[in-house]
Design a protein around this ligand. Structure first.
Ligand code: FES
Length: 165
């Protein structure tokens, strides 16, 4: 370093090293702040009420295809979008997305201790057939509900999936 430069910038190597460390900690502080803000934003997003999403209506099956106390897998709204239609023991039809909200295993209709539910065998998760809410296990969110309609002797997905992100 020439003398003129040393005069203009009188920083010894140790001080120079100290400045670098200070800047590093400044960077760490800013990065931590960024992570904290991102986490808060994600938490706020999770609290937003999940809305109904509209799709084109599609026929699922005929009412005779399902006896009370049984279920049928179907795809909606696109091929590969797994859903499950359940005819409850009382005859009512309900439908939900079939991918568990924990790690996406397919849920199955089951009756346990006289209670009807959608069961996920991967980690013992379970969802209510009333509204898809979590009744057991690690799933963090309810199962999105597929709105259906009985049109004469046919069951139709009416185009709305409630609770999907
Ligand atoms: S994937 Fe369903 S409970 Fe874990």
């Amino acid at each position: 370093m020439n003398d003129k430069l040393k005069e203009d910038f009188p920083i010894e190597w140790e001080d120079d090293h100290f400045v670098t460390r200070r800047e590093f900690f400044k960077f760490l502080t800013l990065a931590s702040g960024g992570v904290a803000v991102s986490t808060a934003a994600l938490a706020a997003y999770a609290q937003i009420p999940r809305e109904e999403i509209k799709f084109e209506a599609a026929k699922i099956c005929s009412t005779e295809d399902l006896k009370p106390g049984s279920a049928l897998a179907f795809s909606y709204p696109r091929p590969g979008d797994l859903c499950i239609l359940v005819r409850k023991k009382d005859g009512e039809f309900v439908a939900f997305k079939r991918r568990c909200t924990h790690l996406s295993c397919p849920v199955e209709y089951e009756v346990k201790n006289e209670r009807e539910l959608l069961y996920c065998p991967c980690h013992n998760g379970a969802f209510s057939l009333e509204d898809g809410s979590v009744v057991q296990g690690p799933p963090p969110h309810p199962l999105p509900q597929v709105k259906i309609e009985v049109r004469g002797s046919e069951i139709w997905a009416t185009g709305a999936i409630k609770g999907d992100h």
